[in-house]
Design a protein around this ligand. Structure first.
Ligand SMILES: [Zn+2]
Ligand SMILES: [Zn+2]
Length: 189
């Protein structure tokens, strides 16, 4: 579990995002490559889009022992699910991020925000989480040219007739016809 300083302490070796570096033996130059599939942690995302919890995340990792710790270089492929910022239709896609992080053996060598190994174990989750959040689109779109919703009636314009529109009643004319109050009462429907 991460503590308040963001450092990693007392990892559970069975947790899905915890990886063992035991084979590297803390010998600088030792390297190990691995391909893992892990369930996405909960709550990775922003309001409009994110990674669905427990979705498969494909990881390609290279673990390299250096003097101060273990350098992890990797890429992650994962699904995204959200809604279009213009028309609110569901949006799904697959995304990929790269990351690199040095996990320190000792807190003495590390700065406050650096990650630490817990014995032979390291936790990939915070690195994955940070990498994903940086790449999320601020305004996900169902398609580049999504026309959004009709400002008058809220219909999704991509589903509407090409000439979709509304007759605009001139306010003065409406008043003459005694329609103004009636129109206001109609707003709920
Ligand atoms: Zn859209
Ligand atoms: Zn409309």
């Amino acid at each position: 579990m991460p503590d308040e300083s963001g450092m990693t302490l007392h990892l559970d070796p069975r947790a899905p995002w915890v990886v063992s570096t035991h084979e590297l033996g803390r010998q600088p130059g030792m390297m190990r490559q691995m391909h893992l599939t892990r369930p996405a942690p909960a709550e990775i995302g922003v309001d409009m889009i994110g990674v669905p919890k427990d979705a498969d995340v494909e990881l390609d990792l290279r673990l390299e022992a250096v003097m101060e710790g273990v350098l992890v270089t990797g890429t992650a492929r994962f699904p995204l699910r959200g809604e279009c910022a213009r028309c609110l239709e569901p949006v799904t896609s697959v995304s990929e991020v790269s990351f690199q992080e040095l996990y320190f053996y000792s807190a003495e060598d590390a700065a406050e925000d650096d990650l630490l190994l817990d014995g032979d174990l390291l936790d990939l989750e915070p690195v994955f989480r940070d990498a994903v959040v940086l790449t999320l689109p601020l305004s996900p779109l169902c398609s580049e040219d999504c026309a959004g919703l009709c400002a008058e009636c809220g219909v999704r314009l991509a589903d509407a007739e090409p000439d979709h529109g509304h007759e605009v009643i001139d306010a003065r004319w409406a008043k003459l016809q005694g329609l103004v109050s009636e129109h206001n009462n109609d707003q709920e429907s």
